[in-house]
Ligand binder design. Structure first.
Ligand code: AMP
Length: 507
């Protein structure tokens, strides 16, 4: 059985680990425990990944890409480096390829199998794009595992005691908060929440914009790392300042000759905290929400674990202590997610060999609700009916029956939404499912649409035409909801033949 690795594909930094000979080890890349998630393309076409690319971010920002995980899964984001179009999936692929090659060298055999971690709050598109990047990088993606779950596995493996853990994960570009029940190496995620557009980068931007306004430079720091040299120079200096403020109460930022002037400022921790307070407040709101969704209070939490580089900020640690309880801060904060993924990878690749760690069971949940838009017969209002609710155990299936309304109608359409609300909106619409009616007829035809989320939280759609008098339709009309176990058993027995449907995302 080949060795499987665990990869933490981070917004700012990535890391990789392996479980072998009874212990988990972090695999160094270019001699370091983490690698910057940065790529850079030189004018001769040479592609650099990691440390060497990060060094070029400052001297050649227009041909270097950082923090692109923020845009993974977005159809519209395309970078242009050395006159070539590059998507966030391409960037992730290059990073993962380098990791695969380095891990193979370190382990001494070709590595293919991997568990890749993702923010718990990633949508289906973001998950699908990450898996695709892994496949393009030559990896066999055993599972996408959420980062907080991976951290809890690495943290909780040797702890026998049953406990309820909250994982607060603030990285460079994303924020996740999860609540897990851990019982004898059974890790059950109870609830997740988060914001995939909130991380350390936003703290940097807030300070950079404050300094720019002091220097009377108009404009916003672009979210993308591809920008002018001055903006990039300021962002880098601000990140250093932020890190210094994690240790001391004052820090200086001095940059000669920037935006046509000199920058020489002292920033104290109070100014830093007040400028970034709105960002911290957003994480507090999410913590309260996740407790509510889990039906728990802060007194039910046995342990809070901090994960992600941005939890080194003192304001984060103090806030968590005040809101919930004194947090646990791992020594290996940058490695813990990859290590948890490596333990999961060892379990998935060789579950019954002596070489695996203590067998673990992991149950994760859906991070968003998915539904379809339909007119409410009673009120005549178009609303969203949720088919799969947030925090449902993965894998799971939801379904709906559609009917033709007009004689000889050839298609049944569903509008699909990802939202916690029942009010449909353009932003929450994922796309449209069009189910072809094979034999259009004068009387109404029916089709069942199935929504399946796999263990990694990736969504697929399928459908089957069914007769009006079929058991599925009868039970749906009697009970007012789909009988999923019945459908699953009919699929298994071959009685119901479903076909995959591709969602049309041109809204
Ligand atoms: P990660 O994605 O977990 O590697 O986290 C990266 C983020 O952590 C970046 O935004 C860094 O600026 C931030 N970070 C790393 N070290 C520190 C520190 N000592 N104080 C504050 N933020 C930090």
């Amino acid at each position: 059985m080949s060795v499987a690795i665990g990869i933490d594909l981070g917004t700012s930094n990535s890391s990789v680990a392996v479980y072998r000979k009874g212990k988990v080890e972090t695999i160094p890349i270019d001699g370091r425990k983490t690698m910057p998630s940065v790529i850079s393309c030189k004018s001769d076409g040479q592609l650099l990944v990691g440390n060497s690319a990060k060094a070029r971010l400052y001297i050649d920002p227009n041909n270097s890409i950082a923090s692109s995980k923020r845009f993974i899964g977005s159809k519209d984001k395309v970078y242009n480096v050395q006159n070539t179009n590059v998507t966030p999936v391409d960037v992730a692929r290059n990073i993962l390829e380098k990791i695969r090659v380095e891990a193979s060298k370190y382990i001494g055999e070709e590595v293919k199998d991997a568990v890749i971690t993702i923010p718990a709050y990633f949508t289906d598109e973001q998950r699908e794009a990450t898996r695709k990047a892994g496949q393009l990088a030559g990896l066999n993606v055993l599972r996408l595992l959420s980062e907080p779950t991976a951290a809890a596995i690495a943290y909780g493996l040797d702890k026998e005691r049953n406990q309820t853990i909250m994982v607060y994960d603030l990285g460079g570009g994303t924020f996740d908060v999860s609540i897990l029940r851990v019982e004898n190496n059974h890790f059950r995620v109870v609830a997740v929440d988060g914001d995939s557009m909130l991380g350390g980068d936003d703290f940097d931007d807030a300070i950079a914009e404050y300094l720019m306004s002091k220097m009377k430079v108009s404009g916003k720091v672009r979210k993308s790392s591809v920008g002018s040299t001055s903006v990039q120079q300021l962002k880098e200096a601000v990140e250093e300042l932020k890190k210094e403020l994690s240790e001391s109460d004052y820090a200086d930022i001095i940059i000669p000759d920037i935006f046509g002037s000199h920058l020489d400022e002292e920033i104290d921790i109070q100014t830093f905290n007040s400028l970034t307070e709105p960002l911290l407040k957003r994480t507090i709101d999410k913590m309260q929400e996740v407790l509510k969704e889990a039906g728990l209070t802060k007194n039910d939490i046995s342990r809070v674990i901090l994960v992600g580089g941005s939890t080194r900020m003192r304001a984060v640690q103090e806030m968590v202590a005040k809101q919930i309880k004194q947090p646990f801060i791992a020594d290996n904060i940058d490695e813990i997610v990859a290590q948890g993924a490596a333990i999961m990878a060892a379990n998935l690749s060789a579950p019954d060999l002596d070489s695996t760690p203590v067998p673990i069971e992991v149950e994760e949940v859906t991070s968003h609700s998915i539904g379809i838009g339909m007119v409410d017969m009673q009120t005549d209002v178009f609303r969203v009916y949720h088919l799969i609710k947030k925090n449902t155990k993965l894998p799971c299936t939801g379904g709906e029956i559609g009917y033709t309304i007009h004689p000889f109608q050839r298609e049944i359409r569903f509008q699909v939404f990802r939202t916690e609300s029942t009010v449909p909106s353009d932003e929450s619409k994922i796309g449209e499912l069009r189910l072809k009616v094979k034999r259009p007829q004068a009387s109404p035809s029916c089709a069942v649409a199935l929504f399946e989320l796999d263990q990694s939280g990736i969504l697929t759609f399928s459908s089957a035409e069914v007769k009006r008098e079929s058991q599925i339709v009868r039970s749906f009309e009697d009970e007012g909801e789909m009988n999923i176990p019945l459908i699953e058993s009919m699929i298994r027995s071959g009685e119901l033949k479903t076909e995959k449907v591709v969602i049309d995302t041109n809204k």
